[in-house]
Design a protein around this ligand. Structure first.
Ligand code: ATP
Ligand code: SF4
Ligand code: MG
Length: 387
């Protein structure tokens, strides 16, 4: 886990200013078609990735006609995404609404079938698995959803909700042992084990999200995909849930893919961050690389919109206002997808898709700017000294 100095052990935010909702957070992007999958370089200390995503695409067909449906195009929700997830780390994925974050999550969970690309779990491509082999992998990759109000079945008790995964994987908890297991899980997420027979409506939003987390943990997974797990919660409760997740990560050596709109929240939980724009990753790196040394114009624009608590830093920073709407994923711009909103765009940007790679000018350098950025003209810009 990255340091989270602003969040106390008790789960209370020590500085409310660090947990704002960054409204209008947009995303980033650029990448290629036949992407020469520039594999994410793994620093030696990270070890082997537990998940490797390569050239992942999901195109939803756009159809016309009622009786005889004819495909007239495709929504390129995810259009060539590459990243690695390492054991025990949190990779934050940030992006504005519609950039493809949930679709990536569903592809990793194999809830959607990929149009192209691979997802390697410990070296095995899970996009090609079915039957028993798929079931075995699914046990190790679980999900926590955004909305604790709608993601829990109101007609089931908490015990049944948390224990439901055992119906599919009885080998983890035989029938006679389930109640004890579920009570243990309630305790692990900070809920009273005696609440086992209660219904979701008898809990607060934060408590319901704890129930969702307990359910995610039921099968002892290695990876948890968290799709905006705190977006629907109050600021103070967000901090408590994030602290709980950090604690559980240490305890169970979990790897998190943590999806969010909010750059601030992602920084507090992530070791690395990937910024998405219109179905692609624009920039990816450690939290220091992304927050203090961003080289992609889109990340720079996003950071310039993050509220800064220090009035002096706020005064002195450069504010980038993005103009224009996000293009439709059914008809993305040629070349760099960000070019219609980028103040640095040149002719080359319309012709050539920028690859997600360490920019040439930084190659061989040990500068924190030497991280992957999908921009032809990637360069550092002192946008904000993120806290
Ligand atoms: N089943 C589907 N059929 C057609 N289009 C879809 C489908 N699911 C998602 N899309 C489209 O794919 C794009 C990406 O959607 P996705 O839900 O992945 O975005 P997101 O980044 O999670 O957004 P949000 O932040 O609002 O949750 C959107 O344009 C969406 O309308
Ligand atoms: S400079 Fe060009 S390649 Fe870089 S983000 Fe802007 S439009 Fe894309
Ligand atoms: Mg989503």
């Amino acid at each position: 886990m990255a340091d989270s100095p602003k969040l106390s052990k008790s789960g209370e935010p020590q500085d409310a200013a660090v947990m704002p909702n960054v409204s209008g957070v947009t995303v980033v992007d650029a990448h290629s078609e036949a992407e020469a999958v520039a594999a994410v370089e793994a620093p030696a200390e990270r070890g082997e990735p537990i998940l490797q995503v390569r050239g992942l695409k999901k195109h939803f067909p756009l159809t016309q006609g009622i009786l005889f449906k004819k495909q007239i195009g495709a929504v390129k929700a995810v259009d060539g995404v590459d990243f690695d997830l390492y054991q025990g780390e949190t990779l934050g994925i940030v992006g504005e609404s519609g950039c493809g974050k949930s679709t990536v999550a569903k592809l990793l969970m194999t809830l959607e079938r990929a149009t192209a690309g691979e997802v390697f779990y410990k070296g095995q491509d899970i996009t090609r698995l079915s039957g028993r082999a798929l079931k075995a992998v699914r046990r190790n990759i679980q999900m926590v959803f955004q909305d604790p109000y709608t993601s829990l079945n109101p007609r089931m008790t908490v015990g049944d909700i948390i224990g439901e995964p055992y119906d599919i994987h009885p080998e983890v908890a035989p029938k006679g042992d389930r109640r004890r297991k579920v009570q243990e899980l309630l305790d692990v997420v900070g809920l009273n084990p005696e609440y086992i027979n209660r219904y979701p409506h008898q809990f607060s939003g934060g408590q319901r999200q704890r129930i969702g987390i307990a359910r995610g943990l039921a099968l002892n997974p290695e990876i948890i995909i968290c799709d905006e797990p705190v977006s629907a919660l109050d600021v103070s409760v967000q901090a408590q849930v994030i602290n709980l997740m950090a604690k559980l990560q240490d305890e169970f050596n979990l790897s998190y893919l943590f999806i969010a709109h909010d750059l601030s929240i992602v920084r507090h939980i992530s070791d690395r961050v990937g910024v998405m724009y219109l179905g692609k990753i624009a920039e990816i790196g450690t939290d220091t690389e992304i927050y203090d040394h961003p080289t992609h114009p889109y990340t720079q624009a996003l950071l310039s919109a993050v509220p800064v608590p220090d009035p002096e830093a706020r005064e002195n920073r450069e504010r980038i206002i993005l103009t224009g709407d996000v293009p439709s994923p059914a008809n993305p711009p040629s070349g760099c997808r960000f070019r219609t909103r980028c103040w640095k765009a040149e002719e080359r940007c319309a012709e050539e898709v920028p690859l997600l790679a360490i920019p040439e000018r930084f190659q061989g350098s040990d500068s924190p700017a030497a991280h992957e950025s999908a921009c032809h003209f990637a360069e550092e810009m002192d946008v904000v000294h993120a806290t």
